[in-house]
Design a binder for this molecule. Structure first.
Ligand SMILES: NC(=O)c1ccc[n+]([C@@H]2O[C@H](COP(=O)([O-])OP(=O)(O)OC[C@H]3O[C@@H](n4cnc5c(N)ncnc54)[C@H](O)[C@@H]3O)[C@@H](O)[C@H]2O)c1
Length: 456
């Protein structure tokens, strides 16, 4: 059996490397139009950082895992075609800022039609609006062709930073297909592949539309939890409650559960925002305006949380940060990844620079992406991998990403090198606030009362 995956990104690369490792008898080829990315997958420096990924790739690379820019050949030879291209938010025309931009997906469908010479199972791995499989089907069957195409939905639930663990041991695999003989047969083929390493009871089959919607629903519910706890963090700061204590207390309720209740500067990553906006647009296009507004609020609270953080920096630093050096510790949207897509640090860094602060960005993995994201700010922002140097002569430091290395820094050394009064703003609630306060820092953390020497 031969599998091709179109799109060698954060999803296509790791998922295919896992299939190749677990199914050594299946030839897996990952294709992409981005030549640089394909070369990187074959090199020692993978195009994305994920703990444990290099080892998984190395096990199969050149044996039954291949990377190539020859998309046509890949399609021609494959029995199963995974489609894992990007589906970003549209930035133009109808539905701009909300709807999914499906141009890459559509191009892929047309490319499949152009190159297929035999029957294919097409697997939607990309996150798509509900009923996209219908559009794929129509394109694939728009010509009298001897080949038959069966479109399945198989959304990916991996989380960046723990992609390898998630792929090795997924909570569930979801496969949506049509309730026809060909549909059931195609689903079974895909079930059999995953069943090589995933327990059968974790492989769920549904109709196509449920599968497509479940991915949007899962991301909407996860992001909603983050926005819910973040909304409470503002109330904690106003009242003297501590959001960590509140989260721990409510999370003990087995109906609520403890996960995804960490208050912070907000969620980021390429998916949450775009998938919720996609859901909002979907609701609107079905005339379900109250639902659209309900889900839109999740994104609005996320923006509000970041703006609130910047507001706290400005007001607590005597209402001006002009000319002040502020070191941002972390730029990736979460720890253990170099991905900065939709990272809260982008919006925050831009707002601080607008206030004419001298922003210094530090991150162990994401500085290259940060330079691209903040390219239009020119020399108003500088980059420094070493956090000690980033903080030298700074007026303030602010934690943007929960990298564990930031918990272990010598904060006394950092305090000694900073200008006084020294400020610490903890946007991820990872520091020992009492200890920092005792060193002399004025400490402001999301979701709790500040510890400050300034009023004394
Ligand atoms: N990143 C995540 O954590 C994650 C998790 C679950 C689902 N998803 C979904 O998976 C999909 C892919 O996400 P990603 O993060 O891997 O995106 P990505 O941007 O990292 O990768 C997509 C790749 O597709 C390639 N591509 C685009 N059009 C192509 C074409 N016509 N032919 C060949 N290659 C083409 C691009 O060059 C790019 O390398 C998206 O729909 C996303 O929503 C992402």
């Amino acid at each position: 059996m031969k599998i091709v995956c179109i799109g060698a990104g954060y999803v296509g690369g790791p998922t295919m490397a896992m299939i190749a490792r677990e199914c050594p008898d299946i030839t897996v080829t990952v294709v992409d139009i981005d030549e640089e990315r394909i070369l990187a997958w074959q090199s020692d420096e993978l195009p994305i950082y994920e703990p444990g990924l290099k080892e998984v790739v190395d096990e199969s690379l050149g044996r039954n895992l291949f990377f190539s820019t020859d998309v046509g050949k890949g399609i021609e030879e494959a029995d199963i075609i995974f489609v894992s291209v990007n589906t970003p938010t549209k930035t133009f025309g109808h539905g701009s800022g909300r709807a999914a931009d499906l141009q890459y997906l559509e191009k892929t469908a047309r490319n499949i039609l152009a190159h297929a010479r035999s029957d294919k199972i097409i697997v939607e791995k990309s996150t798509v609006p509900v009923r996209t499989a219908d559009a794929m089907n129509r394109i694939l069957n728009s010509r009298n062709s001897d080949c038959s195409f069966e479109v399945l939905s198989n959304p990916e639930f991996l989380a960046e930073g723990s992609a390898v663990k998630d792929l090795e041991n997924p909570d569930r695999i979801l496969i949506g297909g049509h309730d026809t003989e060909a549909g059931r047969k195609a689903m079974q083929t895909l079930v059999d592949i995953y069943a090589r390493w995933v327990p059968k009871e974790r492989i769920i089959t549904t109709n196509v539309w449920s599968s497509e919607l479940s991915k949007l629903a899962a991301n909407a519910l996860l992001a909603q939890r983050v926005s819910s706890i973040n909304s409470l963090s503002a109330l904690c700061e106003a009242t003297g409650a501590d959001v960590g204590e509140v989260a721990s207390a409510v999370g003990r309720d087995s109906r609520i559960g403890p996960r995804f209740l960490n208050a912070s500067v907000g969620f980021g990553g390429s998916c949450f925002r775009k998938d919720i906006l996609n859901l909002v647009y979907l609701c609107e296009s079905y005339g379900l305006h109250e639902l659209a507004e309900y889900w839109h609020q999740v994104v609005k609270i996320n923006d509000y949380q970041q703006d609130r953080f910047v507001g706290s920096v400005i007001s607590n630093m005597f209402n001006t940060i002009s000319g002040k050096r502020i070191a941002l510790f972390g730029f990736a949207f979460k720890a253990d990844t170099g991905d900065t897509r939709e990272s809260p640090a982008i919006r925050i860094a831009k707002q601080l620079a607008e206030e004419r602060a001298n922003v210094v960005i530090s991150d162990p993995r994401a500085l290259d992406n940060a330079r691209i994201d903040l390219g239009d700010l020119g020399d108003r922002v500088t980059y420094e991998e070493d956090p000690y140097r980033a903080a030298e002569e700074a007026h303030a430091l602010a934690i943007m990403t929960e990298w564990s290395c930031y918990k272990e820094l010598d904060y006394q050394r950092i305090f000694d090198s900073m200008l006084k009064p020294a400020f610490a703003f903890d946007g991820r609630r990872i520091l020992d606030h009492q200890k920092l306060y005792e060193m002399g820092f004025n400490v402001y953390s999301i979701g709790k009362a500040p510890l400050t020497h300034l009023d004394a």
